[in-house]
Design a protein around this ligand. Structure first.
Ligand code: COA
Length: 434
């Protein structure tokens, strides 16, 4: 059948599409800036018609109407990466978290993560009937392959992007043509602390490096400090506006990349509409599924690969907690460990964890004798390489436990150094000297 006839036959209203969702089924939804909007709203409006439908998703920007307490019992949520609103759902015990690397999600879908229905947002079809997954490639293709029913919101505001991120009209059961703005991520301007961290990180970045930038306040501060570098490249799970700015200045051009030269490789982006316009039909940015982008073996093919991620706390052995505050699940592992391992395997690679030395308005040191009780170790002491705070750089790889403790105390906030030094002296039976 001609794809245009197929398309016409499949055009549905959200109310029609959700009739294919049954009690106790599992719905896998797109995430971040490409999270579908109409189906969640319609499901929430008709929540009384459903019982115990499991919804899997990752990061959500903005509101997901299915998170409202009145939907509980009708819908349950499960995720391996929490953001502000899904964290609340888990804290109310109306959903749960499961630990898993982001790169493993595509292979888990249809196996460990059941997938009866896939709900995603794409562009409208091009002349050949292909829709682009736009700003979020991630696990969409895996879910669309696994699902019995595929529902797609074809949004004319979604940028058409390149890479391995197309699906065909023939793979979709319900097509919902729509037009709504993408959710934006507006980051606050970096403060003095973040800028100092950015400068320390930049001192570790040689010209011709390929960068991965994690999530949170630090990455864009690092990018600001890289404006004088040359020939940088990107191979990153995600990026935001800072990468666009350095691409426009020619600082990021991918010229010396040893994998996908000339292309910024990513699985999803979150930023402002300016960033979404920038990636629209931009041949210099390519989106691939997360099991490819986040594979340590793929990452390692980038010579001079530098991963820059953030964390919540580090203990004096160099164990890094990035996703929990004690027993509280704050976010998820994402690709942190995969990029640390990939960068360590890469020729001339470096893996950086960068964080402010304190949290909670300066009242808590993020460098601690022990991780907070209940905290999960995200990056183990065997994987950790560089730790950076506004006070400097500690290189932990190859360092003994005693030297690690000394180096970490030196980059802790001065107010907390005496207490850390006391623990050092108790642990190593010798005096700590600055
Ligand atoms: N104890 C208590 N509170 C803490 C804390 C600690 N050790 N560390 C941070 N906090 C608080 C902060 O004060 C802040 O509170 P506020 O929102 O009230 O100001 C909040 O927790 C968030 O901390 P912050 O450091 O500002 O978070 P961020 O937005 O910069 O994100 C991570 C940092 C670590 C949560 C984020 O990078 C992450 O999820 N990393 C893991 C996944 C990953 O690295 N993915 C990328 C791989 S591609």
């Amino acid at each position: 059948m001609n794809w245009k006839e197929d398309y016409k036959r499949k055009v549905s209203k959200p109310e029609e599409a959700i009739r294919d969702i049954r009690d106790s089924q599992c719905v896998v939804m797109g995430h971040a800036a490409a999270a579908p909007r109409l189906i969640p709203q319609t499901l929430a409006d008709h929540c009384e018609d459903y019982n115990d439908v499991l919804i899997f998703h990752m990061t959500t920007l903005g509101d997901n109407p299915c998170y409202q307490p009145r939907c509980y019992g009708h819908f349950r949520h499960v995720s391996n990466f929490l953001s502000a609103n899904s964290r609340e759902v888990v804290e109310r015990r109306e959903g749960d978290f499961f630990p898993a690397y982001f790169k493993d999600v595509p292979s888990m879908i249809g196996n460990d993560i059941p997938c009866d229905v896939a709900v995603f947002q794409t562009t409208p079809p091009n002349d050949e009937g292909y829709c682009s997954l736009g700003v979020s490639c991630d696990y969409a293709k895996a879910a669309i392959r696994a699902a019995k029913t595929v529902i797609v919101e074809t949004n004319d505001k979604m940028p058409f992007t390149y890479g391995d991120d197309m699906i065909h009209v023939s793979q979709i059961d319900h097509i919902i043509p729509c037009s709504y703005p993408l959710q934006e991520l507006i980051l606050p301007a970096p403060g003095e602390v973040e800028l100092a961290i950015g400068r320390h990180c930049a001192s570790l970045v040689a010209d011709g490096s390929t960068l991965q930038l994690g999530i949170g306040a630090i990455p864009d501060a690092v990018l600001q400090a890289l404006a004088d570098k040359n020939d940088l490249g990107i191979h990153s799970e995600m990026f935001s506006n800072g990468v666009m700015e350095l691409m426009r200045k020619g600082v990021i051009n991918g010229r010396r990349k040893t994998l996908h030269p000339g292309k910024a490789v990513v699985t999803f982006i979150m930023g402002t509409n300016e960033l979404y316009d920038f990636v629209n039909e931009n041949p210099n940015v390519e989106f691939y599924p997360v099991d490819y982008v986040n594979s340590p073996l793929v990452i390692a093919k980038n010579e001079r690969m530098i991963s820059i991620n953030s964390c919540l706390e580090v203990d004096l052995q160099g164990q890094v907690a990035s996703e929990t505050i004690g027993m509280r699940q704050y976010s998820g592992i994402g690709g942190q460990v995969d990029f640390i391992r990939g960068a360590s395997l890469a020729r001339e690679g470096k893996a950086i964890i960068a964080m402010p030395s304190t949290a909670a308005g300066g009242t808590i040191s993020r460098i601690k004798p022990f991780l907070t009780e209940g905290a999960a170790v995200s990056t183990s002491r065997n994987d950790v390489d560089y730790i950076v705070t506004e006070y400097g750089i500690a290189r932990l790889k190859g360092r003994t436990l005693q030297h690690r403790a000394e180096d970490l105390i030196r980059i802790a906030h001065p107010d907390f150094r005496p207490a850390l030094a006391e623990e050092y002296e108790r642990r190593f039976h010798c005096t700590y000297t600055e």
